[in-house]
Write a protein that binds this ligand. Structure first.
Ligand SMILES: Cc1ncc(COP(=O)(O)O)c(C=O)c1O
Length: 397
Protein backbone atom coordinates (compact mmCIF):
# COMPACT_ATOMS: atom_id res chain seq x y z
CA UNK A 1 0.00 0.00 0.00
CA UNK A 2 1.44 3.39 -0.94
CA UNK A 3 1.17 6.10 1.65
CA UNK A 4 0.20 9.51 0.38
CA UNK A 5 1.65 12.51 2.15
CA UNK A 6 -1.16 14.97 2.23
CA UNK A 7 -0.53 18.67 2.67
CA UNK A 8 -2.91 20.22 5.19
CA UNK A 9 -5.39 22.14 3.00
CA UNK A 10 -6.04 24.48 5.95
CA UNK A 11 -2.37 25.50 6.33
CA UNK A 12 -3.17 29.07 5.27
CA UNK A 13 -5.13 29.50 8.49
CA UNK A 14 -1.94 28.93 10.45
CA UNK A 15 -0.30 31.72 8.44
CA UNK A 16 -3.19 34.05 9.33
CA UNK A 17 -2.78 33.19 13.01
CA UNK A 18 0.97 33.84 12.83
CA UNK A 19 0.14 37.25 11.33
CA UNK A 20 -2.11 38.07 14.29
CA UNK A 21 0.64 37.02 16.69
CA UNK A 22 3.21 39.20 14.94
CA UNK A 23 0.88 42.20 15.20
CA UNK A 24 0.18 41.54 18.91
CA UNK A 25 -3.51 40.95 18.06
CA UNK A 26 -3.72 37.26 18.88
CA UNK A 27 -6.11 36.65 21.79
CA UNK A 28 -6.39 33.73 24.15
CA UNK A 29 -9.91 33.11 25.39
CA UNK A 30 -10.16 34.33 28.97
CA UNK A 31 -11.78 31.69 31.15
CA UNK A 32 -14.31 32.55 33.81
CA UNK A 33 -13.70 30.24 36.78
CA UNK A 34 -16.76 31.45 38.67
CA UNK A 35 -20.19 32.94 37.98
CA UNK A 36 -20.71 35.88 35.63
CA UNK A 37 -20.56 38.56 38.33
CA UNK A 38 -19.29 42.13 38.74
CA UNK A 39 -16.39 40.84 40.83
CA UNK A 40 -15.33 37.36 39.80
CA UNK A 41 -12.41 35.04 39.03
CA UNK A 42 -11.02 34.90 35.51
CA UNK A 43 -7.98 32.79 34.54
CA UNK A 44 -7.42 32.19 38.24
CA UNK A 45 -7.27 35.90 39.09
CA UNK A 46 -9.76 37.85 41.21
CA UNK A 47 -10.93 40.77 39.06
CA UNK A 48 -13.43 43.60 38.81
CA UNK A 49 -15.31 42.55 35.69
CA UNK A 50 -15.93 45.36 33.20
CA UNK A 51 -16.37 43.05 30.21
CA UNK A 52 -19.80 41.45 30.50
CA UNK A 53 -23.17 42.51 29.10
CA UNK A 54 -24.78 41.43 32.37
CA UNK A 55 -26.07 44.99 32.88
CA UNK A 56 -28.47 44.22 35.72
CA UNK A 57 -26.69 41.25 37.30
CA UNK A 58 -29.55 38.95 36.23
CA UNK A 59 -27.26 36.03 35.25
CA UNK A 60 -27.15 35.15 38.96
CA UNK A 61 -30.40 36.69 40.22
CA UNK A 62 -32.06 34.28 42.71
CA UNK A 63 -35.51 34.59 41.08
CA UNK A 64 -34.16 33.60 37.64
CA UNK A 65 -32.12 30.75 39.11
CA UNK A 66 -35.14 29.35 40.96
CA UNK A 67 -37.46 29.57 37.96
CA UNK A 68 -34.88 27.86 35.74
CA UNK A 69 -34.44 25.03 38.26
CA UNK A 70 -38.20 24.64 38.62
CA UNK A 71 -38.56 24.41 34.82
CA UNK A 72 -35.86 21.74 34.60
CA UNK A 73 -37.67 19.67 37.24
CA UNK A 74 -41.02 20.15 35.52
CA UNK A 75 -40.09 20.03 31.82
CA UNK A 76 -36.57 18.53 31.51
CA UNK A 77 -33.45 20.05 30.00
CA UNK A 78 -34.20 20.29 26.29
CA UNK A 79 -37.02 20.97 23.86
CA UNK A 80 -35.96 18.17 21.51
CA UNK A 81 -37.06 19.76 18.25
CA UNK A 82 -37.31 22.87 16.15
CA UNK A 83 -40.29 25.10 16.87
CA UNK A 84 -42.20 24.14 13.72
CA UNK A 85 -42.06 20.39 14.34
CA UNK A 86 -42.37 19.39 18.00
CA UNK A 87 -40.28 22.00 19.82
CA UNK A 88 -42.89 24.61 20.72
CA UNK A 89 -43.52 24.20 24.44
CA UNK A 90 -46.18 26.09 26.40
CA UNK A 91 -43.39 27.98 28.17
CA UNK A 92 -42.07 29.31 24.82
CA UNK A 93 -45.55 30.65 24.06
CA UNK A 94 -45.80 32.19 27.54
CA UNK A 95 -42.46 33.98 27.08
CA UNK A 96 -43.55 35.39 23.72
CA UNK A 97 -46.90 36.54 25.11
CA UNK A 98 -45.13 38.23 28.03
CA UNK A 99 -42.59 39.92 25.73
CA UNK A 100 -45.31 41.24 23.41
CA UNK A 101 -47.18 42.68 26.38
CA UNK A 102 -43.94 44.23 27.69
CA UNK A 103 -43.03 45.76 24.32
CA UNK A 104 -46.59 46.93 23.57
CA UNK A 105 -46.66 45.09 20.23
CA UNK A 106 -49.17 42.65 18.75
CA UNK A 107 -46.82 39.70 18.78
CA UNK A 108 -43.29 38.43 19.41
CA UNK A 109 -41.23 35.52 18.13
CA UNK A 110 -38.18 34.30 20.07
CA UNK A 111 -35.04 33.10 18.29
CA UNK A 112 -32.03 31.22 19.65
CA UNK A 113 -29.98 34.44 19.88
CA UNK A 114 -30.05 38.13 19.04
CA UNK A 115 -27.74 37.30 16.15
CA UNK A 116 -30.20 34.83 14.61
CA UNK A 117 -33.11 37.19 15.29
CA UNK A 118 -31.45 39.90 13.19
CA UNK A 119 -29.98 37.67 10.51
CA UNK A 120 -33.09 35.48 10.24
CA UNK A 121 -35.44 38.44 10.00
CA UNK A 122 -33.58 40.67 7.55
CA UNK A 123 -32.80 37.72 5.27
CA UNK A 124 -36.41 36.54 5.17
CA UNK A 125 -38.40 39.76 4.84
CA UNK A 126 -36.36 41.04 1.86
CA UNK A 127 -35.62 39.67 -1.61
CA UNK A 128 -33.06 40.46 -4.30
CA UNK A 129 -35.45 43.11 -5.65
CA UNK A 130 -35.23 45.16 -2.42
CA UNK A 131 -32.77 47.54 -0.72
CA UNK A 132 -31.34 47.72 2.80
CA UNK A 133 -30.31 51.19 3.94
CA UNK A 134 -28.02 50.58 6.89
CA UNK A 135 -25.86 52.56 9.35
CA UNK A 136 -22.13 51.94 8.80
CA UNK A 137 -21.69 50.71 12.38
CA UNK A 138 -24.65 48.33 12.50
CA UNK A 139 -24.03 44.94 14.08
CA UNK A 140 -22.50 42.04 12.15
CA UNK A 141 -25.77 40.09 12.37
CA UNK A 142 -27.54 42.85 10.41
CA UNK A 143 -24.78 42.84 7.82
CA UNK A 144 -24.94 39.05 7.47
CA UNK A 145 -28.74 39.07 7.28
CA UNK A 146 -28.60 41.75 4.61
CA UNK A 147 -26.11 39.73 2.56
CA UNK A 148 -28.22 36.58 2.88
CA UNK A 149 -31.31 38.45 1.68
CA UNK A 150 -29.52 39.28 -1.61
CA UNK A 151 -31.07 42.75 -1.46
CA UNK A 152 -28.89 45.67 -2.53
CA UNK A 153 -27.04 47.08 0.49
CA UNK A 154 -26.61 50.86 0.80
CA UNK A 155 -24.58 51.99 3.79
CA UNK A 156 -24.76 55.53 5.18
CA UNK A 157 -21.99 57.00 7.38
CA UNK A 158 -22.65 56.54 11.09
CA UNK A 159 -25.80 58.43 12.13
CA UNK A 160 -25.63 60.67 9.05
CA UNK A 161 -29.30 61.40 8.38
CA UNK A 162 -28.58 63.64 5.37
CA UNK A 163 -26.57 60.86 3.75
CA UNK A 164 -29.38 58.36 4.43
CA UNK A 165 -31.88 60.78 2.88
CA UNK A 166 -29.66 61.20 -0.21
CA UNK A 167 -29.58 57.41 -0.66
CA UNK A 168 -33.36 57.13 -0.27
CA UNK A 169 -34.02 60.02 -2.63
CA UNK A 170 -32.12 58.21 -5.39
CA UNK A 171 -34.15 55.00 -5.09
CA UNK A 172 -37.30 54.37 -7.11
CA UNK A 173 -40.37 55.12 -4.93
CA UNK A 174 -41.84 51.71 -5.77
CA UNK A 175 -38.80 49.77 -4.54
CA UNK A 176 -39.16 48.12 -1.12
CA UNK A 177 -36.68 49.58 1.38
CA UNK A 178 -35.58 48.58 4.86
CA UNK A 179 -34.08 51.38 6.99
CA UNK A 180 -32.14 49.82 9.83
CA UNK A 181 -30.14 50.95 12.84
CA UNK A 182 -28.79 49.66 16.11
CA UNK A 183 -30.60 51.21 19.10
CA UNK A 184 -27.32 51.34 21.05
CA UNK A 185 -24.10 50.86 19.11
CA UNK A 186 -22.13 48.14 20.82
CA UNK A 187 -18.61 49.49 20.36
CA UNK A 188 -19.15 53.21 21.03
CA UNK A 189 -22.18 53.08 23.31
CA UNK A 190 -23.98 55.88 21.44
CA UNK A 191 -27.66 55.81 20.44
CA UNK A 192 -29.15 55.45 16.98
CA UNK A 193 -30.98 58.65 15.91
CA UNK A 194 -34.35 56.94 16.06
CA UNK A 195 -36.72 59.94 15.82
CA UNK A 196 -34.98 61.30 12.69
CA UNK A 197 -34.82 57.83 11.13
CA UNK A 198 -38.53 57.23 11.81
CA UNK A 199 -39.28 60.55 10.07
CA UNK A 200 -37.20 59.42 7.08
CA UNK A 201 -38.85 56.00 7.01
CA UNK A 202 -42.26 57.67 6.87
CA UNK A 203 -41.17 60.20 4.24
CA UNK A 204 -39.84 57.46 1.91
CA UNK A 205 -42.20 54.61 2.82
CA UNK A 206 -39.48 52.38 4.32
CA UNK A 207 -39.83 49.46 6.68
CA UNK A 208 -38.23 50.77 9.90
CA UNK A 209 -36.19 48.30 11.96
CA UNK A 210 -34.15 48.74 15.15
CA UNK A 211 -31.79 46.29 16.83
CA UNK A 212 -32.16 46.98 20.54
CA UNK A 213 -29.74 44.31 21.78
CA UNK A 214 -27.87 46.66 24.13
CA UNK A 215 -30.96 48.74 24.95
CA UNK A 216 -33.07 45.80 26.17
CA UNK A 217 -33.32 46.12 29.96
CA UNK A 218 -31.29 49.35 29.89
CA UNK A 219 -33.23 52.12 28.07
CA UNK A 220 -36.92 53.05 28.24
CA UNK A 221 -39.44 52.43 31.02
CA UNK A 222 -38.43 49.24 32.88
CA UNK A 223 -35.93 48.56 30.09
CA UNK A 224 -38.38 48.47 27.17
CA UNK A 225 -35.68 49.77 24.81
CA UNK A 226 -34.98 52.79 22.65
CA UNK A 227 -38.40 52.79 20.96
CA UNK A 228 -39.89 53.49 24.39
CA UNK A 229 -37.02 55.81 25.38
CA UNK A 230 -37.65 58.05 22.35
CA UNK A 231 -41.46 57.70 22.43
CA UNK A 232 -41.49 55.97 19.00
CA UNK A 233 -44.18 53.36 19.72
CA UNK A 234 -46.10 52.55 16.53
CA UNK A 235 -43.40 54.02 14.27
CA UNK A 236 -40.92 51.12 14.24
CA UNK A 237 -42.12 48.09 12.28
CA UNK A 238 -39.54 45.58 13.45
CA UNK A 239 -37.97 45.67 16.91
CA UNK A 240 -35.25 43.19 17.77
CA UNK A 241 -34.28 42.64 21.39
CA UNK A 242 -31.89 40.25 23.07
CA UNK A 243 -32.38 37.97 26.05
CA UNK A 244 -28.62 37.35 26.28
CA UNK A 245 -27.42 40.62 27.78
CA UNK A 246 -29.37 42.58 30.45
CA UNK A 247 -32.04 39.84 30.59
CA UNK A 248 -29.35 37.45 31.79
CA UNK A 249 -30.27 34.34 29.75
CA UNK A 250 -29.94 33.58 26.07
CA UNK A 251 -31.93 34.37 22.98
CA UNK A 252 -33.24 37.13 20.78
CA UNK A 253 -36.72 38.20 19.80
CA UNK A 254 -38.60 40.15 17.18
CA UNK A 255 -41.53 42.29 18.28
CA UNK A 256 -44.01 43.66 15.75
CA UNK A 257 -47.31 43.04 14.02
CA UNK A 258 -49.10 39.68 14.04
CA UNK A 259 -48.50 39.39 10.26
CA UNK A 260 -44.75 39.98 10.66
CA UNK A 261 -44.50 37.29 13.32
CA UNK A 262 -46.68 34.82 11.35
CA UNK A 263 -44.46 35.39 8.32
CA UNK A 264 -41.28 34.76 10.35
CA UNK A 265 -42.81 31.50 11.64
CA UNK A 266 -42.98 30.38 8.01
CA UNK A 267 -39.84 31.88 6.50
CA UNK A 268 -37.15 32.77 9.08
CA UNK A 269 -34.56 30.05 8.63
CA UNK A 270 -33.12 29.94 12.18
CA UNK A 271 -36.72 29.51 13.46
CA UNK A 272 -37.43 26.75 10.94
CA UNK A 273 -34.13 24.89 11.03
CA UNK A 274 -32.66 25.12 14.53
CA UNK A 275 -33.87 23.70 17.84
CA UNK A 276 -35.73 25.93 20.27
CA UNK A 277 -34.63 27.02 23.73
CA UNK A 278 -34.37 24.66 26.65
CA UNK A 279 -37.39 25.30 28.89
CA UNK A 280 -35.14 26.55 31.72
CA UNK A 281 -33.93 29.43 29.53
CA UNK A 282 -37.48 30.46 28.67
CA UNK A 283 -38.47 30.25 32.35
CA UNK A 284 -35.51 32.38 33.45
CA UNK A 285 -36.36 35.01 30.81
CA UNK A 286 -39.97 35.17 32.05
CA UNK A 287 -38.65 35.69 35.60
CA UNK A 288 -36.39 38.44 34.24
CA UNK A 289 -39.44 40.29 32.89
CA UNK A 290 -40.97 40.12 36.39
CA UNK A 291 -37.74 41.53 37.83
CA UNK A 292 -37.63 44.40 35.30
CA UNK A 293 -41.11 45.47 36.34
CA UNK A 294 -40.89 44.79 40.08
CA UNK A 295 -37.28 45.83 40.81
CA UNK A 296 -36.79 49.11 38.91
CA UNK A 297 -34.03 50.05 41.37
CA UNK A 298 -31.67 47.77 39.40
CA UNK A 299 -31.88 50.00 36.31
CA UNK A 300 -31.53 53.12 38.50
CA UNK A 301 -28.39 51.65 40.07
CA UNK A 302 -27.01 50.77 36.63
CA UNK A 303 -27.31 54.38 35.55
CA UNK A 304 -25.87 55.75 38.81
CA UNK A 305 -22.84 53.45 38.40
CA UNK A 306 -22.53 54.46 34.74
CA UNK A 307 -22.44 58.17 35.58
CA UNK A 308 -19.87 57.66 38.35
CA UNK A 309 -17.53 55.52 36.26
CA UNK A 310 -17.73 57.58 33.07
CA UNK A 311 -17.07 60.80 34.99
CA UNK A 312 -14.08 59.14 36.72
CA UNK A 313 -12.50 58.02 33.44
CA UNK A 314 -13.01 61.45 31.92
CA UNK A 315 -11.55 63.18 34.99
CA UNK A 316 -8.41 61.06 34.54
CA UNK A 317 -8.12 62.33 30.95
CA UNK A 318 -9.16 59.22 28.98
CA UNK A 319 -10.89 59.55 25.60
CA UNK A 320 -14.31 57.95 26.15
CA UNK A 321 -15.70 58.92 22.76
CA UNK A 322 -19.39 59.64 22.32
CA UNK A 323 -21.00 57.10 24.64
CA UNK A 324 -24.53 57.70 25.96
CA UNK A 325 -24.95 54.32 27.63
CA UNK A 326 -23.27 52.00 30.18
CA UNK A 327 -20.87 50.98 27.37
CA UNK A 328 -17.88 53.28 27.80
CA UNK A 329 -14.95 52.81 25.42
CA UNK A 330 -11.46 53.95 26.38
CA UNK A 331 -10.13 54.79 22.93
CA UNK A 332 -6.36 54.57 22.49
CA UNK A 333 -6.07 54.34 18.66
CA UNK A 334 -3.43 51.68 18.07
CA UNK A 335 -4.51 48.02 18.26
CA UNK A 336 -1.34 46.77 19.93
CA UNK A 337 -1.58 49.49 22.58
CA UNK A 338 -5.23 48.62 23.29
CA UNK A 339 -4.28 44.97 23.85
CA UNK A 340 -1.36 46.02 26.07
CA UNK A 341 -3.65 48.26 28.12
CA UNK A 342 -6.14 45.41 28.51
CA UNK A 343 -3.38 42.98 29.57
CA UNK A 344 -1.89 45.39 32.13
CA UNK A 345 -5.33 46.17 33.57
CA UNK A 346 -5.92 42.45 33.93
CA UNK A 347 -2.62 41.93 35.75
CA UNK A 348 -3.71 44.66 38.16
CA UNK A 349 -7.16 43.10 38.76
CA UNK A 350 -9.43 44.78 36.18
CA UNK A 351 -10.97 42.76 33.35
CA UNK A 352 -11.73 45.00 30.37
CA UNK A 353 -11.33 43.56 26.87
CA UNK A 354 -9.20 45.17 24.19
CA UNK A 355 -11.01 45.59 20.87
CA UNK A 356 -9.18 46.22 17.61
CA UNK A 357 -9.61 45.94 13.83
CA UNK A 358 -11.73 44.45 12.23
CA UNK A 359 -14.28 44.89 15.05
CA UNK A 360 -13.53 48.64 15.08
CA UNK A 361 -11.68 50.90 12.63
CA UNK A 362 -7.86 50.46 12.51
CA UNK A 363 -7.15 53.79 14.25
CA UNK A 364 -9.95 53.45 16.82
CA UNK A 365 -8.74 50.49 18.90
CA UNK A 366 -9.93 50.59 22.45
CA UNK A 367 -10.58 48.91 25.72
CA UNK A 368 -14.32 48.62 26.18
CA UNK A 369 -15.82 48.90 29.64
CA UNK A 370 -19.35 48.03 30.70
CA UNK A 371 -20.46 48.69 34.27
CA UNK A 372 -23.38 46.84 35.79
CA UNK A 373 -25.94 47.54 38.50
CA UNK A 374 -24.13 45.10 40.78
CA UNK A 375 -20.71 46.80 40.85
CA UNK A 376 -20.12 48.34 44.28
CA UNK A 377 -18.70 51.82 44.60
CA UNK A 378 -15.48 50.17 45.88
CA UNK A 379 -15.27 48.00 42.75
CA UNK A 380 -15.59 51.04 40.50
CA UNK A 381 -13.18 53.20 42.50
CA UNK A 382 -10.63 50.38 42.45
CA UNK A 383 -11.02 50.08 38.66
CA UNK A 384 -10.63 53.84 38.18
CA UNK A 385 -7.44 53.86 40.28
CA UNK A 386 -6.00 51.00 38.22
CA UNK A 387 -6.95 52.71 34.94
CA UNK A 388 -5.18 55.86 36.10
CA UNK A 389 -2.01 54.05 37.14
CA UNK A 390 -1.76 51.83 34.04
CA UNK A 391 -2.88 54.58 31.63
CA UNK A 392 -0.06 56.79 32.98
CA UNK A 393 2.49 53.98 32.76
CA UNK A 394 1.63 53.37 29.06
CA UNK A 395 1.61 57.08 28.21
CA UNK A 396 -2.10 57.09 27.32
CA UNK A 397 -2.96 59.87 29.79
C1 LIG B 1 -25.92 45.33 18.55
C2 LIG B 1 -26.00 43.86 18.73
N1 LIG B 1 -26.98 43.18 18.09
C3 LIG B 1 -27.10 41.85 18.24
C4 LIG B 1 -26.25 41.13 19.04
C5 LIG B 1 -26.41 39.66 19.15
O1 LIG B 1 -27.07 39.31 20.33
P1 LIG B 1 -26.87 37.86 20.95
O2 LIG B 1 -25.62 37.91 21.78
O3 LIG B 1 -28.12 37.63 21.74
O4 LIG B 1 -26.74 36.91 19.82
C6 LIG B 1 -25.24 41.79 19.74
C7 LIG B 1 -24.34 41.03 20.65
O5 LIG B 1 -23.21 40.86 20.51
C8 LIG B 1 -25.11 43.19 19.58
O6 LIG B 1 -24.14 43.85 20.21
Amino acid sequence: MTSITRQDPLHYLGDEIEGLKTQGLYRHLRILDDEQRAHTTVDGRSVVNLSSNNYLGLTTHPRLRERALEAIRQFGVGSGSVRTIAGTMAIHMELERRLAEFKHTEAVVVFQSGFTANAGTVSSILTREDVVVSDALNHASIIDGSRLSRAAIKVFPHKDIDAARAILRDLPPSQRKLLITDGVFSMDGDLGPLPALCDLAEEFGCIMMVDDAHASGVFGKNGRGTVDHFGMHGRVDVQVGTLSKAIGGLGGYVAGSRDLIDFLHHRARPFLFSTSHPPAVAAACIAALDVLVEEPQLIEQLWENTRFFKAGLEAHGFNTGISESPITPVIVGDGTLAMKLSDRLFEEGVFAQGIAFPTVAKDKARVRTIVTATHTRDDLQFALDVFKRVGGELGII
